[in-house]
Each structure stands twice: as structure tokens, then as C-alpha cells.
Design a binder for this molecule. Structure first.
Ligand SMILES: [Zn+2]
Length: 366
């Protein structure tokens, strides 16, 4: 096969992948896209990329000059511009900001390894990292699979306590043991919503704990469309958003493959839409945004105790969070729930394992 032909096939395959991952192929309604959208993904135009495609590890790297705050944001402001300042991803976390936190938004990027953020083109997450506090080596729980890990993320407990050891959607197996983050927040009189890309996450919903539970479909595009609708129509105090594409790409093409890094880039743009919506609707400066993952992976699998599977990124951006800080705290995924409760000023249930990451509430002196 000639080089030109194989490159053409490769390009078509990439386009198909992009369409698949964005949901365009299935005709999913598309939300307003940032005018800057066309992802400048790190597509290597070399034959090396072709031979690397399956579970490649030598994928194009991007220079990561931990971007200066203002410069790094070809950010959307995609939705209808308002009269508010259109600064891309404004900085809610100015030092000494007395802003109270009235909203917590947790975004879980299924299967995202932290080192993928160093290789993929991720302007949104780069800018958020520059504005927030980041731990690149947070740890998930064992087995490092989606349902078990998310159960810990939202229950504040280890699997031994929350009781979910399976990774499938089987209503007969019951629900997570509570109390969960959602049940505690709801009992405190605050509103809650979940928008997810895998139906099995319904195992995490205790009766009466989630005002709006939406399984949006199996793509990030579908999930974000629903999340944008929630933000624009009925923004809850606690919003959990689960994005499945990076995991899907990992299982299909390999963790850290070119295909998965493309998926990371696309997911990054969709997160930009969420942040833009929070800004446009006027919530962003009172919102603690936590972005993390349930597990990593290697080859086309995950679930083991290897560092590739267990290590996840953990980023917090919001009022009081020190900008550009690398967190020293050891973070385990169940600390996410405890941190969200701390942001609302709610007490942590005594049977939880999770501890709030208090470093993110420190306001650094000027
Ligand atoms: Zn997962």
C-alpha cells in the first residue's frame, strides 16, 4: 500500500473516530459550539502514527509550558454572549475572595490518566489547572473499575463500606450503601442532579437523593448537551457530570494511543462548553469545580492495582482555591465527596473514609 493511500485511510479513520466520539454520527443534537472549536489535536502526519495506532505509547507529544492564565484560553464563550465580561474562564479564585460556594460541580472523565493531559491538546483543562489546585497522582480504589470507583467518589467510602464490587448494571444487586454525597446534600435541603453516560451509575442513586438523574446516552456530546440544559434551566447546588468517551476510546484503541488522546482533546472542548455555560448563567464565581477520573488504564484494559490503572488526576477550581498550586495532600477518590461537603459547610458522616482536601480552601496571601 502506498504511503499516500495509507495516509488517506488513516485520515478517514480519524475522522470517523471524531464523529463517533462527538456523537455527530448518530445525529445527536449539538449544542452551540465554541467558534474556536476545531480541535488542534496533535495529529501526527507521519507513518509512525499509523503503525502506532492500536495500543501505541509513542504518540505525539505536545509542549506543555504550563500556560499563562490569560493566554492559554481559546475558550468558548460559545453560548450567547451576554453583557458580562467575556473573559474566557474567569478566575473565581482570586486570593482573599470571600465568595461563598453555593454550587459544586463534579466532572468525572471516565478512564482519564493524568499523563494523557500532558500529551493531548487540552486548552480548557490547561487553563483550569492554571487557575486551580491540582494533584496529578490521586488514587482510586480497587478494583479500579468504573462503578466501584464512582461509588467511592460519591459515597465517601471504601468499597468495603459502600458495598459495590460489581461493574455492571443489574438492578437486582441493589444500591450503594449510604449515606452518599447526594443524600447528605439533599437532606440538608439543597438540590442535586446527575448527568451520566453509563446507565450502571444508577446504582449510586439512593431513593430521594437525586432530584434529577439523567442517563444521557453513551457519548460525551449527549451528556454535555443534557448538562448544559440542566445548567441553563434548573441549576442544582450539586451537579455531577460523567463523561464516558475517554474510557470508550481506551478500550477500543488503547490507553494513551493517538485515538484516545484525540478523545481527550474533544472531551476538553466539551468541558469548555460546561464552564462557559456556568459563566454565562452567572454561577461560575460561586462554584467549586472538581474534575477527576474514576481510573486510568493500560493496553485496552484497567482494573488492576498498577499505577497506570490506579492513578487519576484531581483538580479543584473555585473560590479560595489557590491558583496554579500543585496539591501536596494525598488524595483518594473518596475524598472527593468529603471535599464537596466541606465546600457546602456540611459535616462529614462519621462512617466515611473520605477527608476533605482542605488545601483547596486556603486563600494564599497576595
Ligand atoms: Zn470507568
Amino acid at each position: 500500500m502506498s504511503y499516500r493511500k495509507s495516509q488517506a485511510i488513516f485520515n478517514i479513520a480519524l475522522l470517523a473516530l471524531i464523529l463517533l466520539l462527538t456523537g455527530c454520527a448518530s445525529g445527536a443534537a449539538s449544542a452551540p459550539l465554541p467558534s474556536t472549536l476545531p480541535p488542534t489535536v496533535p495529529v501526527a502526519s507521519s507513518t509512525a502514527a499509523i503503525t502506532d495506532l492500536p495500543p501505541a505509547t509513542a504518540t505525539p507529544t505536545k509542549p506543555k509550558p504550563s500556560p499563562p492564565l490569560a493566554a492559554a484560553t481559546p475558550e468558548p464563550t460559545a453560548t450567547v454572549p451576554t453583557s458580562s465580561t467575556l473573559t474566557p474562564i474567569p478566575t473565581p479564585a482570586t486570593a482573599g475572595c470571600p465568595c461563598p460556594i453555593s454550587h459544586v460541580v463534579i466532572i468525572s472523565i471516565d478512564g482519564l490518566r493524568p499523563d494523557a493531559l500532558e500529551e493531548a491538546d487540552t486548552p480548557t483543562l490547561d487553563a483550569l489547572r492554571a487557575q486551580g489546585a491540582y494533584q496529578p497522582a490521586a488514587q482510586t480504589v480497587l478494583p479500579s473499575v468504573t462503578l466501584v470507583s464512582h461509588a467511592s467518589m460519591v459515597s465517601g467510602m471504601s468499597p468495603e463500606k459502600h458495598g459495590i464490587f460489581w461493574n455492571s448494571n443489574d438492578p437486582e444487586l441493589g444500591k450503594v450503601q449510604g449515606p452518599t454525597l447526594f443524600s447528605v446534600v439533599h437532606e440538608a435541603g439543597l438540590s442535586t442532579a446527575m448527568v451520566v453516560g453509563k446507565p450502571k451509575l444508577e446504582h449510586l442513586v439512593l431513593p430521594g437523593s437525586v432530584d434529577s438523574y439523567i442517563y444521557a446516552g453513551f457519548t460525551d456530546r449527549q451528556v454535555v448537551n443534557e448538562a448544559l440544559a440542566v445548567i441553563q434551566s434548573d441549576m442544582p447546588a450539586l451537579l455531577f457530570i460523567h463523561l464516558p468517551d475517554v474510557d470508550s476510546a481506551g478500550h477500543a484503541l488503547g490507553w494513551m494511543s493517538l485515538g484516545q488522546l484525540l478523545a481527550v482533546s474533544l472531551t476538553d472542548r466539551l468541558i469548555g462548553e460546561v464552564v462557559s455555560a456556568l459563566e454565562t448563567e452567572g454561577y461560575l464565581d460561586q462554584t467549586l469545580l472538581i474534575i477527576t477520573a474514576d481510573h486510568g488504564g493500560s493496553g485496552i484494559k484497567h482494573g488492576s492495582d498498577s499505577p497506570e490503572d490506579m492513578t487519576v488526576p484531581w483538580l479543584a477550581v473555585g473560590p479560595g482555591a489557590p491558583a496554579g498550586k500543585v496539591l501536596q495532600s494525598k488524595i483518594i477518590t473518596y475524598d472527593t465527596a468529603a471535599t464537596a461537603l466541606a465546600a457546602f459547610g456540611l459535616p462529614i458522616p462519621t462512617n466515611w473514609d473520605g477527608q476533605p482536601v482542605l488545601e483547596i480552601f486556603e486563600e494564599e496571601p497576595q
